[in-house]
Design a protein around this ligand. Structure first.
Ligand code: ADP
Length: 270
């Protein structure tokens, strides 16, 4: 929008009533997007108005997980309308800003910054109770931009129990804190596999153990405030399937341990 003043980000205004949560991780594949969409749906089921920003430049898998893989946002004058999902949340994805779906997002800092601001300021979100952002893994440009534009965002760090994942997750959390964002807690995903043979009380520690506690303890010590483990989500085929078919597990299999744990985490955030 050449020459025109940039629209302000409503969530950055003093008095904004929208809680903003950025979901971060140290590396990819730990379930950050799965956690984001399930928390969003769990909050919506509590009656909240929820928006989701998919800012993961590498994955942008959120629309598919929410059942709107092929939808594009519409435009009303110079405002972008977010895509409504079957479960009643609104979503915008960095993938939707690309001219073609199969294109890669080969953008650098300034372009990424613009894309992020566009998703926050040029999208008509209406009055949201909560906005969840799925960040790219790591400590890159998007995380820095978000910290600059929305220092009030609270950060949820997702890790697996694995040592290597926890170490990089700590870095993602530390970076958020350097951007003056508060880290509200850690979600340990893929915590264990309830044994399919001898019964669910026998837990197979597929990715080891201790990652969630390690990140929570390190960040608590580093920041001088309590960073709790908010929840431990087991490995569950239904969780993966729910993502694949666009029907997250909190909706598709709400009585599963994974769904109950995700609902509980959502409850502690709202
Ligand atoms: P990230 O956003 O961290 O890259 P995703 O949420 O895309 O990770 O998850 C990576 C893959 O692992 C997806 O196929 C997802 O369905 C699967 N997955 C994530 N969490 C679980 C879980 N607790 N149990 C089973 N599969 C999971």
């Amino acid at each position: 929008r050449g020459g025109q003043a940039q629209r302000e980000i409503p969530f950055a205004q003093p008095g904004s009533l929208t809680k903003v949560y950025a979901v971060a991780s140290g590396k990819g594949g730990v379930g950050k997007s799965s956690v984001t969409v399930n928390l969003a749906l769990a909050m919506a089921a509590q009656g909240l108005k929820v928006g989701v920003v998919d800012a993961d430049i590498y994955g942008h898998s959120v629309p598919a997980m929410l059942g709107v893989a092929d939808e594009r946002p519409t435009q009303v004058e110079d405002l972008i309308m977010p895509v409504p999902t079957p479960s009643g949340v609104s979503v915008i994805s960095i993938g939707m800003l690309k001219p073609r779906r199969d294109q890669v997002v080969a953008w650098r800092g300034p372009m990424l910054d613009r894309a992020l601001v566009q998703m926050l300021a040029d999208v008509y979100w209406g009055d949201l109770d909560a906005l969840l952002l799925d960040l790219p893994p790591g400590t890159g440009d998007i995380a820095i931009s978000l910290g600059q534009h929305l220092p009030g965002a609270e950060v949820v760090v997702v890790t697996t129990p694995q040592e290597a994942a926890a170490e990089v997750a700590e870095r993602a959390g530390t970076m958020a804190s350097m951007m003056h964002q508060r880290v509200v807690g850690v979600v340990e995903n893929m915590s264990y596999l309830p044994c399919p043979h001898c019964g669910p009380e026998h837990r197979l520690e597929v990715f080891g153990s201790g990652g969630g506690d390690r990140v929570a303890t390190t960040l608590s010590q580093r920041f001088g405030y309590d960073v709790p483990v908010l929840g431990r989500i087991p490995l569950d085929t239904a969780l993966r399937e729910g993502g694949d078919i666009g029907r997250p597990i909190v909706e598709a299999d709400p009585t599963s341990v994974a769904a109950e744990e995700l609902n509980r985490v959502a409850g502690t955030l709202t």
